[in-house]
Design a protein around this ligand. Structure first.
Ligand code: ADP
Ligand code: MG
Ligand code: MG
Length: 894
């Protein structure tokens, strides 16, 4: 390696863009020095030097030490002091700092350059013996611990003992004599522990401290921190060598840390703490209680004013909130660090909006600064970060399942839906814990704070219902075992009984024992978020619609800003209590006449459902999908019937009931399918069960006509699912269009309606030009389209191998969460091209779950879809993601 390589940069040789080489702290110090802020003179030994140090087996690379000494000369010239001088000694700090901030994880040594000799100069110069010994005491202590790796307790216990013996309360009570004695005792500890004396050569101190800072890149807590935050291990740390300034020179001196705005609320006011007569880490060390920064205004009005102005300047310079460290030495302010301030999701939104109003950033930037996932956090109750950390420390973590529906839930564990309903209705917060859920559990789910299942993936019943209800859900947590009899579940040694509190994080899939404190959101109160989204609405090209089956969901969706209903699933209506028996009879009906009579009974129910939707969505389009699931889902399960028939046969008690059940069993068996998801469902059911979809269309159009007569603006769109061949659509549509016309004639009013189809079978995608002849709109059902393109059954795969695939890197992402652009996306592209070649004004949207995923939304934007449709709770996220997609495009074209 050439000795010419530059390992050392003076502050003025660097700038904010050089974070890779100089580390974040170094780049910040350099930038502050360059814009004329008061930064003590200093230089930076690069991260490359640190890496080279490791490569050479923990030796400084050639040339580095020489460059360090030359840089030190420059600092000496600037400060007029000399390192190691017994009259006017320069003191230094050596501080770690890597590309990404790792607060408190690595090492820093202060007051380097003090020795038995140089301390005389310091005393003479400052006339402050106590201060000099306090600085020396700190150096020996830090050096002993950080550089020589002696346990911190050894030193702390000495301090504590002296304070106790003398009856002191705080460190500032220690006298010069005390400090001198303590320093001597610290030196003895070093001799005892290391077998050599505390180095009296300042250059030796500097050399060892620099090596220790490099070494701190790989201490355990730093490595763990990087693991957790996914920071690469091969970046290294810089060593920042900075002239010491002293906050511990008396009560005209001090030190503090501050955010330029409140990092929790985003409020525009300095937020931080300081201590008078203190050095560096005293503020965070908890030795003395620091004062809020607002108090500095009274204690040091001039310093405060200067500091506030610097903060304002830094914010405008960096165009973002800064997190700074400062020190006051005898009435002079010094800046020691600046970095982008971390903030909560709530603060991030407020800060972005405020900064637009203050003219610091543009609306476009504000929209681009907020991650859609942050909005997600804002709209669901979230665990308090600190409380969660405490739960982890207390070993209350239980297991991690699938993050099926976001939000934080706290409640007592119950193991059946009835108890959940009963306790929940009585006002007790409950979490329903089940192996998996089914429609019979919904009453319990409605009353639960959260849902926790052992089996099932992201489209399992529990997950889908929870998302629809906006309730947190952790699904498919195979690590637990449930004992329904005993009403307990367990993980390893830990057992949770009915009535025990647990806490679920639906956003991460984590489950804890006990209660974790939460923070609750309210949409009406999210004024800043609403402002931000109103800007987003101006930038986006995609419409944002919602999937909603019930008027109350539609209502919520509208409040969140939805511009239409992209998917109303009608089958939920068939499952409801009073309707299901009629549906069962209808499926079993032996002749057309009987079936028709039963369908007539269902018609008013359906009509009512739709009337509510049209009313809520006044003026906006509503897409209603005709019946989709396999028909046997409406009948009782085969196993259940088999059991009952067997029992009735054995007892012979109730022949009439036996005959009935036998008949039902025969039908169920005749309808049994090997692959129901590829069986008699979607438009196939509509074609094979005449009358069923006619009834649905009749209900839709009747509802529309009647509401139109009341003065409501209706735009019904009838969606025919699961079309594979154009002829399927053709026959269905021709049949249904006739019904629509008939209804309008009967009602004596014309309404604006459309017929269209879902694109969820690859063949439909490939023949979109043919299909578009009979469809006025397309809606991508990307759940099925992904299943059928991948040949993967989602419900089976997610719990078994799919998530493992992702973990092992076989798949980059779960294709059911993030749209697979290369595969499924190609089919979508073809669909758009071919569909619009037949019908240029074809309305195309997406109603699969991907419609609420930011990456998938970006792709839909690129494909030129008209809208995305997602669950009501994701509408705000989609509005932001759609805007960011549009703005990102502008950025790229620049
Ligand atoms: P961290 O990255 O853990 O915050 P720092 O390198 O910022 O570590 O230093 C720890 C403490 O020492 C900080 O409070 C800082 O302000 C203080 N400090 C560092 N260098 C100096 C200096 N040259 N003069 C005065 N205080 C300093
Ligand atoms: Mg710091
Ligand atoms: Mg489908």
């Amino acid at each position: 390696m050439s000795a010419e390589k530059k390992w050392v940069y003076m502050f003025e040789e660097g700038d904010a863009t050089m974070r890779d080489l100089l580390g974040g702290k170094g780049a910040g110090l350099a930038e502050m020095a360059n814009i004329g802020l008061p930064v003590p003179p200093g230089f930076i030994i690069t991260t490359e030097a640190c890496l080279a140090y490791y490569e050479a087996g923990e030796k400084f690379p050639p040339g580095m030490w020489e460059q360090t000494l030359s840089a030190l000369k420059v600092v000496e010239e600037r400060s007029g002091k000399r390192f190691g001088d017994s009259k006017d000694p320069l003191l230094l700090s050596v501080r770690s700092g890597s590309k990404f901030s790792m607060p408190g994880m690595m090492q820093t040594v202060l007051n380097l350059g003090l020795t038995d000799e140089t301390i005389k100069g310091l005393i003479e110069l400052t006339g402050n013996e106590r201060f000099a010994y306090d600085a020396y005491r700190r150096l020996v202590q830090m050096f002993g611990h950080v550089v020589l790796e002696i346990e911190a307790r050894r030193f702390e216990s000495v301090l504590e003992r002296v304070k106790e013996d003398k009856g002191y309360e705080v460190d500032t009570d220690l006298t010069t004599e005390d400090l001198r004695a303590i320093t001597e005792e610290f030196k003895v500890i070093i001799e005892e522990e290391k077998g050599f004396a505390f180095p009296q050569d300042p250059y030796e101190q500097l050399r060892l401290a620099t090596a220790a800072v490099f070494g701190s890149w790989n201490i355990k807590r730093a490595v763990d921190y990087r693991e957790f935050h996914k920071i690469p291990h091969d970046l290294g740390t810089a060593a920042n060598v900075v002239t010491m300034v002293f906050g511990n020179m008396g009560f005209d001196s001090g030190t503090g840390v501050a955010f330029t705005r409140d990092p929790a609320t985003g409020e525009k006011e300095l937020y931080g703490e300081y201590l008078l007569s203190a050095q560096g880490e005293d503020v965070v060390a908890g030795i003395r209680t620091p004062k809020p920064i607002s108090q500095l205004k009274e204690e040091m009005p001039q310093i405060y004013a200067q500091f506030a102005e610097i903060c304002e300047r830094l914010e405008r310079h960096y165009r973002d909130v800064q997190d700074v460290e400062f020190t006051v030495e005898r009435g002079k302010l010094w800046m020691l660090q600046t970095r982008t301030g971390k903030r909560t999701a709530r603060a991030a939104v407020k800060i972005a909006v405020d900064m637009v109003k203050e003219g610091i950033i543009s609306k476009e930037e504000a929209v681009q600064r907020i991650e859609p996932s942050q909005i997600d956090l804002l709209l669901h109750p979230a665990f308090d970060d600190r409380a969660k950390l405490r739960a982890l420390e207390d070993d209350r973590f239980l297991a991690k399942g699938l993050n099926a529906s976001p939000g934080a839930a706290v409640g007592v564990a119950v193991f059946d839906a009835d108890t959940a309903q009963e306790w929940g209705a009585a006002g007790r917060p409950v979490i329903l814990v089940r192996p998996e859920t089914n429609p019979d559990d919904v009453h319990g789910m409605l009353q639960a704070q959260g849902i926790f299942t052992q089996r099932g993936g992201a489209t399992s019943h529990a997950a889908v219902v929870a998302r629809g209800l906006g309730k947190p859900c952790v699904a498919g947590c195979e690590a637990i075992s449930i004992d329904l009899e005993a009403k307990t579940f367990s993980v390893n040694e830990k057992v949770v009984r009915e009535g025990d509190y647990i806490s679920l994080d639906g956003g991460t899939g984590e489950v804890f024992m006990g209660q974790i404190a939460r923070v609750e959101p309210k949409w009406e109160k999210e004024k800043e978020l609403q402002t931000l989204l109103s800007w987003a609405d101006k930038f986006r090209r995609l419409g944002v619609w919602a999937n909603a089956d019930y008027p109350r969901d539609a209502q919520r969706a509208r409040e969140f800003g939805a511009e239409g209903i992209g998917l109303c699933r009608t089958e939920h209506m068939f499952f409801e209590e009073e309707r299901r028996p009629i549906v069962v009879k209808m499926v079993l009906a032996e002749d057309e006449e009987e079936r028709k009579a039963l369908l007539d009974q269902l018609l008013p129910f359906q009509r009512e459902d739709f009337e509510g939707l049209f009313e809520v969505m006044d003026g906006l389009p509503v897409i209603i999908r005709l019946i989709d699931p396999p028909m046997h889902e409406f009948l009782p399960p085969r196993e259940e019937l088999l059991e009952e028939v067997t029992r009735l046969r054995c007892t012979g008690q109730d022949p009439k009931r036996l005959a009935e059940k036998e008949k039902l069993l025969r039908v169920v068996e005749s309808m049994w399918e090997v692959n129901p998801m590829l069986g008699l469902r979607g438009c196939r059911a509509g074609i094979m069960y005449p009358g069923l979809t006619e009834m649905q269309v009749r209900a839709i159009l009747q509802a529309a006509c009647r509401k139109a007569k009341e003065g409501i603006e209706v735009h019904p769109e009838v969606m025919i699912p699961l079309v594979g061949h154009v002829n399927e659509l053709k026959v269905e549509r021709e049949k249904l269009e006739k019904v629509a016309k008939d209804v309008m004639a009967e009602e004596g009013i014309e309404v604006d309606y459309k017929f269209g189809t879902m694109i969820e079978i690859p063949r439909a995608a490939l023949t979109a030009d043919e299909i578009a002849k009979y469809a006025e709109f397309f809606s991508f059902g990307t759940n099925d389209l992904t299943q059928m393109t991948y040949g993967v059954s989602r419900d089976d795969a997610e719990g078994k191998f799919l998530l493992q695939y992702v973990e092992r890197g076989i798949l980059p992402e779960n294709p059911f969460q993030v749209l697979d652009r290369e595969g499924v996306g190609q089919l979508m592209r073809v669909t758009v091209e071919r569909g619009r070649s037949t019908r240029p004004d074809l309305e195309i949207g997406i109603c699969g779950e991907h419609g609420g995923d930011p990456s998938s939304i970006e792709f839909c934007h690129q494909l030129g879809l008209n809208y995305v449709s997602c669950s009501p709770f994701r509408v705000p996220i989609a509005r932001l993601a759609a805007a960011r997609a549009a703005l990102g495009e502008v950025e790229r074209d620049k």
